[in-house]
Design a protein around this ligand. Sequence first.
Ligand code: ZN
Ligand code: FE
Length: 256
Amino acid sequence: MHIHRLPVLRDNYIFVLHDPKTHTAAVVDPAEARPVLACLNQLQARLVAIFNTHHHGDHVGGNQELLRHFPGAVVYGSAPDRGRIPGQQVFLQGGDQVCFADCTAQVLFVPGHTLGHIAYYFPAPGGGDLFCGDTLFAGGCGRLFEGTPAQMLQSLQQIRELPDPTRVWCAHEYTFSNLKFAITVEAENLALQERLVQVQAARQRQEATVPSEIKIEKQTNPFLRWDQPALMAATQGKNAIQTFARLRGMKDQFSG
Ligand code: ZN
Ligand code: FE
């Protein structure tokens, strides 16, 4: 399975999964149809699946138009998102599996950003691929529009337990601003300092910083580090949930 990353809208990424053997493709969170159709045309591939992580418009906006071009494509989303995802045909729960080409993904239920948010994890020896929508970002996490801090913490805990070399295909290019916040709450973290410099340079060259890796996120992303003494001190959090909730609140206020 090849993965193509399409930058769309202001800072979204759409991911096209391509199986050259069968000339088929799947798409994760098509914000728009047109760039996906152009990619499929270039690959000479037929779209067989749309994998949605959650119902927001910048993740499902292209569903209907893609279905017009590929009426046989199957639209996947979570059971709680029933009625909120255009064209949805499959209603997934955590623990379900979905297939594309000869790959199988595990469905993770990761509420918080929305109440029905799911992620698709394709395990592989030497490092699999996680499509996590707006749950985990490189250096950050999604805003809590519908869920509670406790729900989001549990969701991120699940993600934190994935193998270190897992690639993290998140749906937005927010890395630089995320890390600028991260350094304000964990200034002494050397891995974070280095990453901030690297990411700033990459963005100046207009390079993408997605995919990230679970290992790097565990070292530098404050929203996977709620049990680090430095972050508990920075937030005066008495436990994991309070530390996480305060970090999320500080990030909501942050402009830098
Ligand atoms: Zn969203
Ligand atoms: Fe989004």
